[in-house]
Design a protein around this ligand. Structure first.
Ligand code: SF4
Ligand code: SF4
Length: 315
C-alpha cells in the first residue's frame, strides 16, 4: 500500500497542530540560512548581545538545522499564543511580561511538539524528529519567516497577520520530506515606527535588531547583575521582561484569539499588591513561580529588580 503523500501529510500536520492548540503552523525545507550569518555576526561584534555569550558561539551551527539533527529535511514551525485578557490587577504593582503567565512554555511546547511527532509516526512510521523552543541552538524567528508565518517587525519579534506577536515559536525538525510553504516575503510595518518611539531606553536599532545592553527584557532576566543605574528610571515598574514595543504595535490591537489555557495568569499572582511583591519570601516565590518560566531567575536577582522598579515610578 503506498504511503501518505507529502501534501496529505503536511495538511494533516497542520490540522493536528491546531488540535493540539497551536494557533499557526508552517513548514519549511531544511537548508542553511546563510543570509542570516553576517547579520548575526555584526550584531555580536558590536557587543549588542550583552553578556549572552552563548549567542556569539556556534553561529554557523545555529543557522544550519543539520548541525542539530543530522538527517534534517523539514522544519515544522508552530506558534502558540500567550495573549492574555486578564493582566495584573494592581496598577502600582511591579509588572511581569505577559509571557511569564501560566506554565513554563519550555515544557508546554515540547510536550505538544512530541505529541505531533507521535501522530506523524502513526501515518508515516519511522519518522524521526527533534523539538526545539526558545533554544539558543536555533534561529527561530528566521525559521518562522521561512515557514511563511510572518515577518520580523522593527522590534525584531516575528509578527503574524492573524495573531500579532504575542506567541511562542516551537520547531520540530524532521527527517522526512514534506510539502513546503513559501517564505513570507512581505513587510507589513510600512512607515510605522511606534515601537522604536515607545521604547523607553532606545534599545531598538534601525535594522530590526535590539541592543540587549539597553533592553529591559535582557537586563531584568538574562543579565544576572543589578539593572544599570541609567536604566532604572526607565523601568516603569517592569521587573521581569518588557512588553512595551509589542503593546504599542498595531498588529497586536483588537486581537480576537482564544486564550491558551496553559498560559492564563495565576489568580494569586494577578491579585498581588505592591506590598505583597515587596515582602515576597523565598518560599512564596518558589511556590508561585516554580512551574513558570520565571523559575530561571534567582530569587535575589528578582528582589533586586523589584527594588529598582519600585524606585522607577509608574508605567
Ligand atoms: S522589550 Fe522594552 S526595552 Fe526592550 S526593545 Fe522592547 S520596548 Fe525596548
Ligand atoms: S510597532 Fe509598527 S514598526 Fe514596530 S513592529 Fe509593529 S508595525 Fe512594525
Amino acid at each position: 500500500m503506498p504511503g501518505i503523500s507529502n501534501k496529505d501529510l503536511s495538511e494533516g500536520i497542520k490540522r493536528r497542530a491546531a488540535e493540539l492548540g497551536f494557533n499557526i503552523c508552517g513548514i519549511a525545507r531544511a537548508r542553511v540560512l546563510g543570509e542570516y550569518g553576517p547579520r548575526i555576526r555584526s550584531w555580536v561584534n558590536a557587543g549588542m548581545n550583552d553578556n549572552m555569550g552563548y549567542l556569539a558561539r556556534n553561529i554557523d551551527k545555529r543557522i544550519d538545522p543539520v548541525s542539530l539533527f543530522p538527517d534534517a529535511l523539514s522544519l515544522v514551525v508552530a506558534g502558540l499564543s500567550y495573549y492574555s485578557k486578564v493582566l495584573q490587577k494592581d496598577p502600582e504593582a511591579p509588572v511581569l511580561s505577559r509571557y511569564t503567565y501560566g506554565r513554563d512554555y519550555h515544557e508546554v511546547i515540547p510536550e505538544k511538539l512530541n505529541l505531533l511527532l507521535e501522530w506523524i509516526n502513526t501515518v508515516r512510521p519511522g519518522t524521526g524528529g527533534r523539538a526545539f523552543t526558545d533554544s539558543s541552538a536555533i534561529a527561530e524567528k528566521p525559521w518562522g519567516r521561512e515557514a511563511g508565518l510572518g515577518w520580523q517587525g522593527r522590534h525584531s519579534v516575528l509578527i503574524n497577520k492573524s495573531i500579532g506577536s504575542f506567541f511562542f515559536l516551537g520547531i520540530l525538525i524532521l527527517d522526512t520530506e514534506l510539502d513546503y510553504d513559501d517564505p513570507f516575503d512581505k513587510d507589513h510595518c510600512g512607515n510605522c515606527r511606534l515601537c522604536i518611539e515607545a521604547c523607553p531606553t532606545d534599545a531598538i536599532n534601525d535594522n530590526r535588531t535590539i541592543d540587549a545592553r539597553k533592553c529591559i527584557a535582557n537586563l531584568t532576566i538574562e543579565n544576572r547583575g543589578p539593572v544599570p543605574e541609567d536604566i532604572v528610571p526607565h523601568l516603569g515598574r517592569r521587573v521581569y521582561g518588557c512588553d512595551i514595543c509589542q503593546e504599542v504595535c498595531p498588529w497586536n490591537k483588537d486581537l480576537k484569539l482564544p486564550v491558551t489555557p496553559e498560559f492564563t495568569i495565576d489568580k494569586e499572582i494577578a491579585e498581588m499588591s505592591l506590598s505583597d511583591w515587596q515582602n515576597l519570601t523565598r518560599e512564596r516565590f518558589s511556590r508561585l513561580f516554580g512551574k513558570t518560566s520565571m523559575s530561571r531567575v534567582k530569587y535575589e536577582k528578582f528582589m533586586s529588580n523589584i527594588e529598582a522598579a519600585t524606585k522607577s515610578g509608574n508605567r
